[in-house]
Design a protein around this ligand. Structure first.
Ligand code: GLA
Length: 393
């Protein structure tokens, strides 16, 4: 009896701790984080100059005002530790605090990257045994976001230590008193969605690295094509919500390895999944089509909806997969995806998508109202393409 009571109150306490962590996290990532990250396009070519130029470009081209506020430095910024063990930036980043000030003055936030292991994935200095010190250093520089990448941690920790290892940095970030978005990157191992929020995470990668291809025909270790990742997020929806998001990895839109039709699909799917929207392309040199995709405000509103629901597959018709995302205002967004190699005609009875008759329909790519549609929605979807509609009664 006593033991049972003890267990009950211990689990109450745990629940309380988790919900407090989630509530606090909710303050800084109430909707999926949006911004840009250097890795997908630039890898080790990231520098102070690139970050400033990217901030200038994102302020000028409307991205900041569309919601892309985090500018995130990925791997290869790290220098050595000084005599006191304090991490320094390398010659590509002469003054991190001055850079943060510049980025902030333009209305953005600055993100940085590290690993719980001794070395990052690219072999630079990690945070192993310097977690609290690094968190304080980041806060002192004015950092607003940390991506924390497992990498060489596997040489010093067992894989079942992951929750505790990630919580250690989560606690260290919280102890700085600065709101810092905490991004867990361990490629979806150990069902991270089950413990990521309790570790203080605001987002966690659910997969290995995205590669700028529709689908890979070869085996490539951690890397996967966009469709192989995006259409494999089913079952994770219940772990997403305000403050804590599933992260199917950063966007490849505009990087050149897929067609514009496929990039429409990529962006639509990420928005429906309530995924973080971190552009990963060369912002200062993008095409009008790339810009139109990344700045489709009606789609961004789907991603950023305050209800914070991740879409689920509700039906499959004529070889199309139909995703549905409930919205805060009572409307629903449907994504009708064609992953086949041919164009297809889709005939979707509303009831198959759990909807009533006479839905009022708006196309979120053509930006047109299609009026009321009685019982069945009919549309042609190109190969590897998508039609996204918002429907309401
Ligand atoms: C891992 C991550 C990538 C990127 C690189 C940097 O592969 O998954 O997103 O951060 O490391 O080295």
């Amino acid at each position: 009896m006593r033991a049972a009571q003890c267990l009950a109150s211990a689990s109450m306490l745990l629940l309380l701790a988790v919900s407090t962590a989630v509530a606090q996290a909710g303050d800084i990532a109430a909707t999926p984080p949006m911004g840009w990250n250097s890795w997908n396009h630039f890898q080790s070519r990231v520098s102070d100059t690139l970050i400033r130029e990217t901030a200038d470009a994102m302020a000028a081209n409307g991205m900041r005002d569309a919601g892309y506020v985090y500018i995130n430095i990925d791997d290869t910024w790290e220098g050595k530790r000084d005599a006191n063990g304090k991490i320094t930036s390398n010659e590509k980043f002469p003054d991190m605090k001055a850079l943060a000030d510049y980025v902030h003055s333009k209305g953005f936030k600055l993100g940085i990257y590290s690993s719980p292991g001794p070395k990052t994935c690219a072999g630079y200095e990690g945070s192993y045994q310097h977690e609290a010190q690094d968190a304080q250093t980041y806060a002192g520089w004015g950092i607003d976001y940390l991506k924390y990448d497992w990498c060489s941690a596997s040489t010093v920790y067992r894989s079942d230590a992951m929750p505790a290892v990630y919580k250690k940095m989560g606690d260290a970030l919280r102890a700085t008193g600065r709101p810092i978005v905490y991004s867990l990157c361990q490629y979806g191992q150990n069902n991270v969605w089950e413990w990521g929020a309790a570790a203080g995470g605001n987002l966690w990668r659910t997969t290995g690295d995205i590669i700028d291809k529709w689908r890979l025909s070869w085996e490539s270790g951690w890397g996967k094509g966009m469709a192989q990742i995006g259409f494999n997020q089913n079952g994770l929806d219940r772990y997403a919500g305000p403050g804590h998001w599933n992260d199917p990895d950063m966007l490849e839109v505009g990087n050149g390895g897929m067609s514009d039709t496929e990039y429409h699909t990529h962006f639509s799917l990420w928005c429906l999944l309530a995924a973080p929207l971190l552009a990963g392309n060369d912002i200062a040199h993008m095409t009008a089509e790339t810009k139109a995709i990344l700045m489709n405000r009606e789609l961004i509103a789907v991603d950023q909806d305050p209800l914070g629901k991740q879409a689920v597959v509700v039906t499959q018709v004529n070889n199309a997969q139909v995703y549905k995302k409930p919205m805060a205002d009572g409307s629903s967004v449907l994504g009708i995806f064609n992953t086949t190699e041919w164009g297809i005609n889709v005939t979707l009875p509303w009831r198959d998508a759990g909807l009533a008759n006479d839905e009022q329909v708006r196309d979120l790519w053509s930006h047109e109202d299609l009026g009321r549609v009685p019982e069945t929605f009919k549309v042609r979807v190109p190969s590897h393409g998508v039609v996204v509609i918002r429907v309401r009664q």
